[in-house]
Write a protein that binds this ligand. Structure first.
Ligand code: PEP
Ligand code: MG
Length: 403
Protein backbone atom coordinates (compact mmCIF):
# COMPACT_ATOMS: atom_id res chain seq x y z
CA UNK A 1 0.00 0.00 0.00
CA UNK A 2 2.03 2.88 -1.34
CA UNK A 3 0.06 5.52 0.55
CA UNK A 4 1.21 3.98 3.83
CA UNK A 5 4.92 4.30 2.99
CA UNK A 6 6.46 7.67 3.74
CA UNK A 7 10.05 6.57 3.38
CA UNK A 8 12.38 3.59 3.16
CA UNK A 9 15.65 2.98 4.97
CA UNK A 10 17.66 -0.15 4.19
CA UNK A 11 20.82 -1.40 5.83
CA UNK A 12 22.00 -2.76 2.52
CA UNK A 13 21.98 -1.63 -1.10
CA UNK A 14 23.22 1.27 -3.20
CA UNK A 15 21.74 4.16 -5.16
CA UNK A 16 21.31 2.24 -8.38
CA UNK A 17 19.88 -0.89 -6.76
CA UNK A 18 16.48 -1.71 -8.15
CA UNK A 19 14.69 -1.00 -4.93
CA UNK A 20 16.13 2.53 -5.17
CA UNK A 21 15.00 2.87 -8.77
CA UNK A 22 11.53 1.67 -7.87
CA UNK A 23 11.35 3.98 -4.85
CA UNK A 24 12.34 6.87 -7.11
CA UNK A 25 9.67 5.83 -9.58
CA UNK A 26 7.05 5.87 -6.85
CA UNK A 27 8.30 9.12 -5.35
CA UNK A 28 9.15 7.49 -2.03
CA UNK A 29 12.18 8.95 -0.22
CA UNK A 30 14.74 6.17 0.31
CA UNK A 31 18.17 5.85 1.87
CA UNK A 32 20.08 2.62 1.27
CA UNK A 33 23.23 1.26 2.83
CA UNK A 34 22.51 2.69 6.29
CA UNK A 35 24.54 0.17 8.23
CA UNK A 36 23.21 -0.95 11.61
CA UNK A 37 20.26 1.43 11.47
CA UNK A 38 17.92 -1.23 12.82
CA UNK A 39 20.06 -1.51 15.95
CA UNK A 40 19.71 2.20 16.60
CA UNK A 41 16.16 3.09 15.65
CA UNK A 42 13.09 1.74 17.39
CA UNK A 43 9.40 1.67 16.55
CA UNK A 44 7.75 5.09 16.78
CA UNK A 45 11.04 7.01 16.84
CA UNK A 46 10.97 10.20 14.80
CA UNK A 47 13.42 10.27 11.93
CA UNK A 48 14.01 12.57 8.99
CA UNK A 49 15.45 11.21 5.77
CA UNK A 50 17.51 13.81 3.97
CA UNK A 51 17.80 11.94 0.70
CA UNK A 52 19.66 14.80 -0.90
CA UNK A 53 22.68 14.39 1.37
CA UNK A 54 22.01 10.77 2.36
CA UNK A 55 21.72 11.68 6.05
CA UNK A 56 19.27 10.33 8.57
CA UNK A 57 18.30 12.52 11.52
CA UNK A 58 17.31 10.37 14.46
CA UNK A 59 15.17 12.13 17.13
CA UNK A 60 15.38 15.48 15.30
CA UNK A 61 14.91 18.54 17.46
CA UNK A 62 12.04 20.97 16.89
CA UNK A 63 14.32 23.43 15.14
CA UNK A 64 15.64 20.72 12.75
CA UNK A 65 12.07 19.69 11.95
CA UNK A 66 11.17 23.30 11.31
CA UNK A 67 14.22 23.80 9.06
CA UNK A 68 13.27 20.78 6.93
CA UNK A 69 9.66 21.98 6.81
CA UNK A 70 10.82 25.31 5.38
CA UNK A 71 13.16 23.59 2.93
CA UNK A 72 10.42 21.29 1.65
CA UNK A 73 8.14 24.24 1.15
CA UNK A 74 10.69 26.28 -0.76
CA UNK A 75 11.91 23.45 -2.98
CA UNK A 76 8.63 21.66 -3.49
CA UNK A 77 8.18 21.34 -7.22
CA UNK A 78 5.09 19.18 -7.13
CA UNK A 79 3.33 21.51 -9.51
CA UNK A 80 6.28 22.16 -11.73
CA UNK A 81 5.53 22.49 -15.37
CA UNK A 82 8.65 23.10 -17.29
CA UNK A 83 8.65 25.58 -20.12
CA UNK A 84 8.02 23.62 -23.25
CA UNK A 85 10.58 23.93 -25.97
CA UNK A 86 13.99 22.55 -26.62
CA UNK A 87 16.81 22.20 -24.14
CA UNK A 88 19.93 23.76 -25.63
CA UNK A 89 23.46 24.51 -24.56
CA UNK A 90 24.54 28.16 -24.55
CA UNK A 91 25.96 27.66 -28.04
CA UNK A 92 22.70 26.26 -29.34
CA UNK A 93 23.29 22.50 -29.33
CA UNK A 94 20.01 20.67 -28.80
CA UNK A 95 20.09 18.10 -26.02
CA UNK A 96 17.21 15.63 -25.84
CA UNK A 97 16.03 14.89 -22.31
CA UNK A 98 13.86 11.82 -21.86
CA UNK A 99 12.36 9.93 -18.96
CA UNK A 100 13.09 6.47 -17.56
CA UNK A 101 10.00 4.71 -16.32
CA UNK A 102 9.22 1.35 -14.78
CA UNK A 103 5.52 1.73 -14.06
CA UNK A 104 2.78 2.80 -16.39
CA UNK A 105 1.57 5.35 -13.83
CA UNK A 106 4.82 7.23 -14.28
CA UNK A 107 3.84 8.42 -17.75
CA UNK A 108 1.97 11.26 -15.98
CA UNK A 109 5.30 12.54 -14.69
CA UNK A 110 6.80 12.70 -18.15
CA UNK A 111 4.58 15.59 -19.15
CA UNK A 112 4.91 17.25 -15.75
CA UNK A 113 8.69 17.32 -15.85
CA UNK A 114 9.01 18.05 -19.55
CA UNK A 115 10.41 14.73 -20.83
CA UNK A 116 10.75 14.29 -24.55
CA UNK A 117 9.40 10.77 -24.55
CA UNK A 118 10.70 7.66 -22.82
CA UNK A 119 14.38 6.80 -23.14
CA UNK A 120 14.03 3.61 -21.09
CA UNK A 121 10.97 1.62 -20.14
CA UNK A 122 12.10 -1.11 -17.78
CA UNK A 123 9.78 -4.02 -18.51
CA UNK A 124 10.94 -6.05 -15.48
CA UNK A 125 8.32 -4.57 -13.19
CA UNK A 126 5.58 -5.90 -15.42
CA UNK A 127 6.88 -9.37 -14.60
CA UNK A 128 7.80 -8.65 -10.97
CA UNK A 129 4.33 -7.67 -9.88
CA UNK A 130 2.99 -11.11 -10.88
CA UNK A 131 4.00 -14.59 -9.90
CA UNK A 132 3.38 -15.95 -13.36
CA UNK A 133 4.35 -14.90 -16.90
CA UNK A 134 2.21 -12.06 -18.22
CA UNK A 135 0.34 -13.14 -21.34
CA UNK A 136 1.15 -11.64 -24.73
CA UNK A 137 -2.21 -9.81 -24.57
CA UNK A 138 -1.48 -8.34 -21.12
CA UNK A 139 1.83 -7.10 -22.36
CA UNK A 140 0.37 -5.78 -25.60
CA UNK A 141 -2.20 -3.73 -23.69
CA UNK A 142 0.40 -2.11 -21.46
CA UNK A 143 2.94 -1.39 -24.20
CA UNK A 144 0.20 0.06 -26.43
CA UNK A 145 -0.99 2.34 -23.64
CA UNK A 146 2.52 3.62 -23.05
CA UNK A 147 3.20 4.23 -26.73
CA UNK A 148 -0.13 6.00 -27.19
CA UNK A 149 0.48 8.21 -24.19
CA UNK A 150 3.90 9.45 -25.32
CA UNK A 151 2.74 9.88 -28.93
CA UNK A 152 5.19 11.41 -31.38
CA UNK A 153 7.96 11.66 -28.78
CA UNK A 154 8.24 7.90 -28.76
CA UNK A 155 9.21 5.23 -26.26
CA UNK A 156 12.22 2.98 -25.92
CA UNK A 157 10.98 -0.36 -24.67
CA UNK A 158 13.74 -2.50 -23.25
CA UNK A 159 13.18 -6.22 -23.43
CA UNK A 160 13.10 -8.06 -20.15
CA UNK A 161 16.34 -7.87 -18.14
CA UNK A 162 15.62 -10.58 -15.58
CA UNK A 163 18.29 -11.76 -13.16
CA UNK A 164 20.98 -10.49 -10.80
CA UNK A 165 19.66 -7.32 -9.12
CA UNK A 166 16.24 -7.81 -10.75
CA UNK A 167 15.49 -11.44 -10.08
CA UNK A 168 12.09 -12.75 -11.08
CA UNK A 169 11.62 -15.87 -8.96
CA UNK A 170 9.53 -17.80 -11.46
CA UNK A 171 12.03 -17.08 -14.27
CA UNK A 172 15.38 -17.13 -12.47
CA UNK A 173 14.83 -20.55 -10.99
CA UNK A 174 18.40 -21.78 -10.72
CA UNK A 175 20.84 -20.71 -8.02
CA UNK A 176 24.01 -19.12 -9.35
CA UNK A 177 27.18 -18.24 -7.45
CA UNK A 178 27.55 -14.97 -9.37
CA UNK A 179 24.15 -13.97 -10.75
CA UNK A 180 25.43 -10.57 -11.98
CA UNK A 181 27.89 -12.48 -14.17
CA UNK A 182 25.44 -15.22 -14.94
CA UNK A 183 22.34 -16.03 -16.90
CA UNK A 184 20.59 -12.67 -17.07
CA UNK A 185 19.18 -10.21 -19.59
CA UNK A 186 19.51 -11.21 -23.18
CA UNK A 187 21.59 -14.29 -22.30
CA UNK A 188 18.63 -15.73 -20.49
CA UNK A 189 16.05 -14.68 -23.08
CA UNK A 190 17.99 -16.29 -25.93
CA UNK A 191 17.67 -19.57 -24.04
CA UNK A 192 14.02 -18.94 -23.12
CA UNK A 193 12.32 -18.25 -26.40
CA UNK A 194 9.03 -19.22 -24.80
CA UNK A 195 9.40 -15.92 -22.91
CA UNK A 196 11.18 -13.88 -25.59
CA UNK A 197 8.89 -14.56 -28.54
CA UNK A 198 5.54 -13.50 -27.01
CA UNK A 199 7.36 -10.55 -25.44
CA UNK A 200 8.68 -9.40 -28.82
CA UNK A 201 5.32 -9.99 -30.49
CA UNK A 202 3.57 -7.86 -27.88
CA UNK A 203 6.09 -5.05 -28.32
CA UNK A 204 6.04 -5.10 -32.13
CA UNK A 205 2.23 -5.22 -32.23
CA UNK A 206 2.07 -2.30 -29.80
CA UNK A 207 4.50 -0.47 -32.07
CA UNK A 208 1.55 0.28 -34.36
CA UNK A 209 0.33 2.73 -31.72
CA UNK A 210 3.37 4.97 -31.54
CA UNK A 211 7.00 5.56 -32.22
CA UNK A 212 8.89 2.51 -31.00
CA UNK A 213 12.50 1.82 -30.23
CA UNK A 214 13.42 -1.69 -29.13
CA UNK A 215 16.34 -1.98 -26.73
CA UNK A 216 18.34 -5.08 -25.78
CA UNK A 217 20.04 -5.28 -22.36
CA UNK A 218 23.22 -7.06 -21.31
CA UNK A 219 24.55 -7.71 -24.79
CA UNK A 220 28.09 -9.13 -24.70
CA UNK A 221 29.07 -9.80 -28.30
CA UNK A 222 28.07 -9.67 -31.94
CA UNK A 223 26.87 -13.30 -31.96
CA UNK A 224 24.07 -12.38 -29.55
CA UNK A 225 22.99 -9.47 -31.72
CA UNK A 226 22.83 -11.70 -34.79
CA UNK A 227 20.74 -14.23 -32.86
CA UNK A 228 18.39 -11.51 -31.60
CA UNK A 229 17.87 -10.25 -35.12
CA UNK A 230 17.17 -13.76 -36.36
CA UNK A 231 14.54 -14.23 -33.68
CA UNK A 232 12.92 -10.88 -34.53
CA UNK A 233 12.78 -12.11 -38.12
CA UNK A 234 11.16 -15.39 -37.08
CA UNK A 235 8.63 -13.62 -34.90
CA UNK A 236 7.71 -11.28 -37.73
CA UNK A 237 7.28 -14.18 -40.15
CA UNK A 238 5.07 -16.00 -37.66
CA UNK A 239 2.86 -12.92 -37.32
CA UNK A 240 2.69 -12.43 -41.10
CA UNK A 241 1.63 -16.07 -41.50
CA UNK A 242 -1.16 -15.50 -38.97
CA UNK A 243 -2.26 -12.16 -40.45
CA UNK A 244 -1.36 -10.34 -37.26
CA UNK A 245 -0.56 -6.68 -37.73
CA UNK A 246 2.60 -5.23 -36.26
CA UNK A 247 4.91 -2.26 -36.69
CA UNK A 248 7.44 -2.46 -39.49
CA UNK A 249 8.78 0.94 -38.60
CA UNK A 250 10.83 0.76 -35.43
CA UNK A 251 14.44 1.12 -34.39
CA UNK A 252 16.64 -1.56 -32.84
CA UNK A 253 19.29 -0.70 -30.29
CA UNK A 254 21.52 -2.29 -27.71
CA UNK A 255 22.71 -1.19 -24.32
CA UNK A 256 26.37 -0.53 -23.73
CA UNK A 257 26.60 -1.95 -20.24
CA UNK A 258 29.23 -4.66 -20.51
CA UNK A 259 32.77 -3.44 -21.16
CA UNK A 260 33.31 -5.95 -23.99
CA UNK A 261 30.89 -3.89 -26.09
CA UNK A 262 33.11 -0.82 -25.76
CA UNK A 263 35.79 -2.80 -27.58
CA UNK A 264 33.40 -4.14 -30.22
CA UNK A 265 31.69 -0.92 -31.26
CA UNK A 266 33.11 -1.05 -34.79
CA UNK A 267 31.73 -4.55 -35.27
CA UNK A 268 28.34 -3.78 -33.78
CA UNK A 269 27.61 -0.34 -35.14
CA UNK A 270 26.27 -1.61 -38.44
CA UNK A 271 24.01 -4.15 -36.77
CA UNK A 272 21.82 -1.66 -34.89
CA UNK A 273 20.23 1.77 -35.31
CA UNK A 274 21.39 3.16 -31.99
CA UNK A 275 23.04 2.33 -28.68
CA UNK A 276 22.27 3.50 -25.17
CA UNK A 277 24.82 3.54 -22.35
CA UNK A 278 23.62 1.68 -19.26
CA UNK A 279 26.04 3.38 -16.91
CA UNK A 280 24.71 1.56 -13.83
CA UNK A 281 25.92 -1.79 -15.06
CA UNK A 282 28.80 -0.44 -17.14
CA UNK A 283 30.22 1.06 -13.95
CA UNK A 284 29.64 -2.17 -12.02
CA UNK A 285 31.43 -4.29 -14.61
CA UNK A 286 34.22 -1.78 -15.31
CA UNK A 287 35.24 -1.64 -11.65
CA UNK A 288 34.08 -5.14 -10.67
CA UNK A 289 32.08 -3.42 -7.92
CA UNK A 290 28.58 -4.67 -7.15
CA UNK A 291 26.15 -1.81 -7.76
CA UNK A 292 24.03 -2.86 -4.79
CA UNK A 293 26.79 -3.44 -2.26
CA UNK A 294 27.41 -0.46 0.00
CA UNK A 295 30.75 -1.96 1.07
CA UNK A 296 32.22 -1.12 -2.33
CA UNK A 297 30.22 2.03 -3.02
CA UNK A 298 33.40 4.11 -2.65
CA UNK A 299 34.72 2.39 -5.80
CA UNK A 300 31.43 2.56 -7.69
CA UNK A 301 31.74 6.17 -8.83
CA UNK A 302 30.68 7.61 -12.18
CA UNK A 303 32.97 10.59 -11.65
CA UNK A 304 36.05 8.41 -11.51
CA UNK A 305 38.34 9.65 -14.31
CA UNK A 306 38.79 6.03 -15.39
CA UNK A 307 35.06 5.75 -16.00
CA UNK A 308 34.95 9.12 -17.75
CA UNK A 309 37.66 7.73 -20.01
CA UNK A 310 35.33 4.82 -20.93
CA UNK A 311 32.52 7.30 -21.63
CA UNK A 312 34.86 9.45 -23.71
CA UNK A 313 35.95 6.43 -25.76
CA UNK A 314 32.32 5.59 -26.58
CA UNK A 315 31.51 9.23 -27.40
CA UNK A 316 34.50 9.59 -29.73
CA UNK A 317 33.53 6.46 -31.61
CA UNK A 318 30.07 7.87 -32.30
CA UNK A 319 31.51 11.24 -33.33
CA UNK A 320 33.02 9.31 -36.22
CA UNK A 321 29.68 7.61 -36.94
CA UNK A 322 27.23 10.50 -37.02
CA UNK A 323 24.71 8.36 -38.90
CA UNK A 324 24.19 6.28 -35.73
CA UNK A 325 22.63 7.52 -32.54
CA UNK A 326 24.12 7.41 -29.03
CA UNK A 327 22.11 7.91 -25.85
CA UNK A 328 22.58 7.26 -22.14
CA UNK A 329 19.89 5.91 -19.82
CA UNK A 330 21.82 4.98 -16.65
CA UNK A 331 21.50 7.05 -13.45
CA UNK A 332 24.61 8.99 -14.47
CA UNK A 333 22.44 10.95 -16.94
CA UNK A 334 20.42 12.40 -14.07
CA UNK A 335 23.42 13.27 -11.90
CA UNK A 336 24.00 16.97 -12.46
CA UNK A 337 27.71 16.68 -11.67
CA UNK A 338 28.11 14.21 -14.53
CA UNK A 339 26.09 16.11 -17.12
CA UNK A 340 28.85 18.46 -18.39
CA UNK A 341 31.11 15.44 -18.95
CA UNK A 342 28.44 13.60 -20.94
CA UNK A 343 27.92 16.65 -23.15
CA UNK A 344 31.69 16.97 -23.47
CA UNK A 345 31.83 13.36 -24.67
CA UNK A 346 29.28 14.20 -27.38
CA UNK A 347 26.25 12.51 -25.78
CA UNK A 348 23.22 14.67 -26.49
CA UNK A 349 20.40 12.28 -25.63
CA UNK A 350 20.01 11.76 -21.88
CA UNK A 351 17.33 9.70 -20.19
CA UNK A 352 16.68 9.73 -16.45
CA UNK A 353 14.08 9.49 -13.68
CA UNK A 354 11.57 12.23 -14.63
CA UNK A 355 12.10 14.11 -11.35
CA UNK A 356 15.72 14.72 -12.30
CA UNK A 357 14.83 16.50 -15.55
CA UNK A 358 14.38 20.10 -14.29
CA UNK A 359 17.83 20.24 -12.69
CA UNK A 360 19.53 18.61 -15.66
CA UNK A 361 17.74 20.95 -18.03
CA UNK A 362 19.08 23.86 -16.02
CA UNK A 363 22.67 22.59 -16.15
CA UNK A 364 22.59 21.92 -19.90
CA UNK A 365 21.39 25.44 -20.59
CA UNK A 366 24.28 26.99 -18.63
CA UNK A 367 27.21 25.37 -20.48
CA UNK A 368 28.50 25.45 -24.05
CA UNK A 369 29.62 22.25 -25.73
CA UNK A 370 33.13 23.64 -25.92
CA UNK A 371 33.23 24.32 -22.18
CA UNK A 372 32.05 20.78 -21.54
CA UNK A 373 34.70 19.34 -23.86
CA UNK A 374 37.33 21.34 -22.01
CA UNK A 375 36.05 20.16 -18.63
CA UNK A 376 36.13 16.54 -19.77
CA UNK A 377 39.66 16.95 -21.08
CA UNK A 378 40.78 18.34 -17.72
CA UNK A 379 38.93 15.60 -15.82
CA UNK A 380 40.66 12.90 -17.83
CA UNK A 381 44.03 14.22 -16.70
CA UNK A 382 43.09 13.94 -13.01
CA UNK A 383 43.64 11.00 -10.71
CA UNK A 384 40.72 10.84 -8.34
CA UNK A 385 36.97 11.16 -7.95
CA UNK A 386 37.53 13.97 -5.47
CA UNK A 387 39.62 15.96 -7.93
CA UNK A 388 36.98 15.55 -10.66
CA UNK A 389 34.20 16.50 -8.24
CA UNK A 390 36.11 19.61 -7.21
CA UNK A 391 36.66 20.53 -10.86
CA UNK A 392 32.99 20.33 -11.79
CA UNK A 393 31.80 22.01 -8.61
CA UNK A 394 34.18 24.91 -9.29
CA UNK A 395 32.69 25.22 -12.77
CA UNK A 396 29.19 25.27 -11.23
CA UNK A 397 30.22 27.92 -8.70
CA UNK A 398 31.68 30.12 -11.42
CA UNK A 399 28.28 30.02 -13.16
CA UNK A 400 26.31 30.63 -10.00
CA UNK A 401 24.87 27.10 -10.01
CA UNK A 402 23.99 25.67 -6.59
CA UNK A 403 25.42 22.22 -5.91
C1 PEP B 1 21.93 0.51 -16.51
O1 PEP B 1 22.48 -0.56 -16.24
O2 PEP B 1 22.51 1.60 -16.51
C2 PEP B 1 20.50 0.55 -16.83
C3 PEP B 1 19.93 1.64 -17.28
O3 PEP B 1 19.76 -0.57 -16.62
P1 PEP B 1 19.32 -1.13 -15.19
O4 PEP B 1 19.62 -0.08 -14.17
O5 PEP B 1 17.90 -1.43 -15.33
O6 PEP B 1 20.18 -2.34 -15.06
MG1 MG C 1 21.56 -2.45 -16.68
Amino acid sequence: PIDNIVGIVCERGGVTAHVAILAKALGIPAILGAKKITEKVNDNDDIILDCHSGLIYHHPTESVIQKFGEMIESTSNGDIKLPKGDTKTTDGKKVTLRGNIALISETAQLEQYGAEGIGLYRTEFLYMIRDYLPSEEDQYRIFSKILKEVGEKGATIRVLDAGADKPIPYINTTTEDNPALGNRGIRLLLKRQDILKPHLKAILRAGLHGKLKLLFPMVTNIGEVIQIKQIINEVENEMIAQNIEFSQDYKVGLMIEIPSIVFALDKLVNEVDYMSIGSNDLLQYTFAADRGNEQVSDIYKALDPIFLCVIEKIGSFFKNHPEKHLAICGEMAGNILCVPFLIGAGIFDLSMAPRMLPNVKDIVSKFSVEECEQLLKEALSLNSVDAVTYLVKEAFTSKGIKH
